[in-house]
Design a binder for this molecule. Structure first.
Ligand code: COA
Length: 315
C-alpha cells in the first residue's frame, strides 16, 4: 500500500491589510481588546475583483512549481472552502480550468475551518486505495465576504487567504493518520443563515460557547491522534493548528506539554482564514526552515458544523 506524502506547499495572501486600528475606527473595540482576547493584530482582505478561485490559483501554482510537476499530472483536485465563487460550479472546477488542466476529478469540500483536514483525509484515502497518484489539495477562503463588519463579536477574527499542498503516492510516510468528526447539533452556535430565513447572510457566532467547546474537543482529538499512532506527546515536533484564537492554540500546546516555540503561529498576521489557515501556516513553517524533513507534525482544526479533525504527518 502507498502512503501519501506532501511534496510541496504554496500559499497566497491578498495585498490589502485590515489592522486592529482600522477596526477601532469602525467598531466599538480596541487594539488592546482584540490582541489580548484573540492574538490578532491584522488580517488580509480579498480585493473587490478577486475571487476565492483566484487566491486558490495563486497558492496552487506556487505549490505546483515547488513540486516541479506538470499541472496535467494532477489526477485529483480538492478545494476546501466555505466561500465558493458561485453556488456552482465548484471552486475546484474553476481552479482546474484556471490551471489549464484538461481533465481530472475536481470537487469542493465544505467543513468550514476543518475543511483542509477533511480534504487531506479524502485525498489520503484516494492515494492509499490507488485511485489517485498526484493530488492538489487547497484550502481557500474569503471570510471577509460573509462577515458583518458591524458585529464586533466576530468581525475582528476573520481574514482571507489560500494555501495549497501537492500530495504524491510514496513508499514512505507521509500522512500517518487522519481523524475527522462532526456534530450537527451545534449549528445555532456558529452558522451563516440564509437571508430569506433571518434577514442576514453573514456569520452568526456565540463566541464564548464556541471557544469552550473548541478547547475541549481539540483536547480529545490530540489524545485520539496520539493513541492511534502509539505516540507520546514528546514525539510531536510541531503543532500546525487551525488559527482561530491564540488562547485556543495555547490550550492545545499545553495539552501537548509543548512550548509555544513548537507551534506555528500566524494568527497575529492572518487572523482566522478558515480552511486556508493550516496550509498557510504549514507553508510558512516550511519556508522559514522551522519545519524540517522527517519531523512529525500534528495538524488540528475545529469549526462550524461543528466539525473537527486532525492529521499526523511526516514531511
Ligand atoms: N471589542 C470589545 N469588546 C468586545 C468585543 C470586541 N471586539 N467583542 C465582544 N466584546 C465584549 C462583549 O460584549 C462582552 O462584554 P460584557 O462582558 O460587557 O457583556 C465581553 O467583551 C466578553 O465577551 P465574550 O464573547 O465572552 O469574549 P471572549 O473572551 O469569549 O472573546 C471571542 C470573544 C469571539 C474572541 C472568543 O470567544 C473566541 O475566539 N471564540 C471562538 C472563536 C472561534 O474559534 N470561532 C470559529 C471556530 S473556527
Amino acid at each position: 500500500m502507498s502512503f501519501s506524502k506532501i511534496i510541496a506547499t504554496g500559499s497566497y495572501l491578498p495585498s490589502s491589510i485590515l489592522t486592529n486600528q482600522d477596526l477601532e475606527k469602525r467598531l466599538d473595540t480596541s487594539d488592546d481588546w482584540i490582541t489580548s482576547r484573540t492574538g490578532i493584530k491584522q488580517r488580509h482582505i480579498i480585493g473587490d475583483e478577486e475571487k476565492t478561485s483566484d487566491m486558490a490559483y495563486e497558492a496552487a501554482i506556487k505549490a505546483i512549481k515547488a513540486a516541479k510537476i506538470d499541472a496535467n499530472s494532477i489526477d485529483l483536485i480538492i478545494v476546501a472552502t466555505t466561500t465558493p465563487d458561485k453556488v456552482f460550479p465548484s471552486t475546484a472546477c474553476t481552479l482546474q480550468s484556471k490551471l489549464g488542466i484538461e481533465e481530472c476529478p475536481a470537487f469542493d469540500i465544505q467543513a468550514v475551518c476543518s475543511g483542509f483536514i477533511y480534504a487531506l483525509s479524502v485525498a489520503d484515502k484516494y492515494i492509499k486505495t490507488n485511485s489517485a497518484r498526484t493530488v492538489l489539495v487547497v484550502g481557500a477562503d474569503a471570510m471577509s465576504t460573509i462577515t458583518d463588519y458591524s458585529d464586533r463579536g466576530n468581525a475582528i477574527l476573520w481574514g482571507d487567504g489560500a494555501g495549497a499542498v501537492i500530495l504524491k503516492a510514496s513508499q514512505e510516510p507521509g500522512i500517518l493518520s487522519t481523524h475527522i468528526h462532526a456534530q450537527g447539533k451545534y449549528e445555532d452556535l456558529l452558522h451563516v443563515p440564509r437571508k430569506s430565513d433571518e434577514k442576514k447572510d453573514t456569520i452568526d457566532m456565540v463566541g464564548n460557547q464556541v471557544f469552550k467547546i473548541a478547547v475541549n474537543t481539540l483536547d480529545r482529538i490530540v489524545d485520539e491522534t496520539l493513541d492511534a499512532n502509539n505516540l507520546k506527546k514528546t514525539d510531536i515536533d510541531w503543532l500546525v493548528p487551525h488559527q482561530a484564537n491564540i488562547r485556543i492554540l495555547e490550550a492545545t500546546a499545553k495539552k501537548l506539554s509543548m512550548g509555544m516555540d513548537k507551534v506555528i503561529v500566524t494568527i497575529d498576521r492572518h487572523g482566522n482564514t478558515s480552511a486556508a489557515s493550516i496550509p498557510l501556516a504549514l507553508d510558512e513553517g516550511i519556508k522559514t526552515n522551522k519545519i524540517l524533513p522527517n519531523q512529525l507534525i500534528l495538524m488540528e482544526a475545529f469549526g462550524g458544523g461543528f466539525t473537527w479533525g486532525s492529521a499526523l504527518i511526516k514531511l
